[in-house]
Write a protein that binds this ligand. Structure first.
Ligand SMILES: N[C@@H](CCC[C@H](N)C(=O)O)C(=O)O
Length: 294
């Protein structure tokens, strides 16, 4: 059977996605088909693919609806190599923008759009820079692997953080080191992360704290996608790691510069414990129709 899809291309700070709507969950693409769509030479090209599916149409959506019945739409997120990920921070903003633009959902200023994901429901609000997402609870995953990367002289210690998906954050001291990294090669973790990991390399900006806001710069190698221009969950993990290392008195508001732009991260208390939010832009760039060759 030939599959033809109407899609929209979008990005958040250069982290780009192919999005399409499948309300009833009837279009089940294989990992090979997803990898073809995301291929920049043979397909459309993207860091990931997002299927807009009603939570009630997907087994994974049942947990979202149980958590919050307002989670009508589920973000079914896949990496560029066709592997599944639990969460995508830039993806949630772009997905929210897609739902609103396509008329599939509404969210006036001050209202909350609730999105189902494999990492729990996410509350999204429009703000000055685009969208702010409450990413929910986070945790140190207990790992401190050594990370080797191409052009890094020696293995560096990393901090394992889970923000719905797994991350390993490495602090570098100089911008030269960050710029010199060759992330065309996947960093090697010792010991390896059981489910794989997104790896962030971070340097402090000068000064590290300005007007009470922490400032860092990072590059990322994403699990299943390679180096990308931005990673929302990675920015969140990076800010949390640097605050952890900075110790008492470190700020709860961070600006994170990535090759594709800037995102904001805030940590704030809630009744169930500390949450962390991600804010930044979301843009839709073009629409088209694709026919899968297999
Ligand atoms: N780009 C994303 C993260 C996408 C998922 C990641 N590659 C994984 O496998 O966990 C983001 O903006 O958070």
């Amino acid at each position: 059977m030939t599959i033809t899809l109407d899609f929209v291309k979008g990005h958040g700070t250069g982290n780009d996605f192919v999005l399409f709507t499948d309300p009833d969950g009837s279009i089940n693409l294989t990992p090979q088909q997803i990898a073809w769509i995301c291929d920049r030479h043979f397909g459309v090209g993207a860091d990931g693919l997002i299927r807009a599916v009603r939570s009630r149409s997907l087994d994974a959506g049942a947990a979202s609806l149980a958590q919050d019945p307002a989670a009508e739409w589920f973000m079914d997120y896949w990496n560029a190599d066709g592997s599944l990920s639990e969460m995508c921070g830039n993806g949630v903003r772009v997905y929210s923008h897609y739902l609103l633009t396509e008329g599939l959902a509404t969210c006036e200023a001050g209202e909350t759009l609730v999105i189902g994901t494999r990492a729990g429901v996410k509350d999204v609000q429009r703000n000055r820079t685009g969208y702010q997402v409450d990413m929910g609870r986070w945790k140190l995953d207990g790992s401190e692997p050594l990370v080797r990367a191409r052009n890094l002289d020696i293995a560096r210690p990393a901090l394992g953080i889970n923000v719905g998906n797994p991350h390993a954050v490495v602090a570098l001291s100089h911008l030269d080191e960050l710029q010199g990294l060759d992330l065309g090669y996947e960093p090697i973790l010792d010991p390896p992360a059981p489910e794989g990991a997104n790896v962030e390399f971070v340097v402090p900006e000068e000064p590290l704290i300005s007007d009470g806001v922490g400032q860092i710069r990072m590059r990322v190698h994403e699990r299943g996608s390679g180096e990308t221009l931005s990673c929302g969950t990675g920015a969140v993990a990076a800010a949390l790691a640097i605050r952890h290392w900075a110790g008492a008195g470190a700020p709860n508001h961070w600006r994170v510069d990535v090759p594709g732009g800037r995102v904001g991260v805030r940590m704030f208390p809630t009744e169930e414990g500390e949450h962390v939010s991600l804010s930044g832009p979301a843009e839709l760039t073009f629409r088209g129709t694709l026919t899968l060759p297999f």
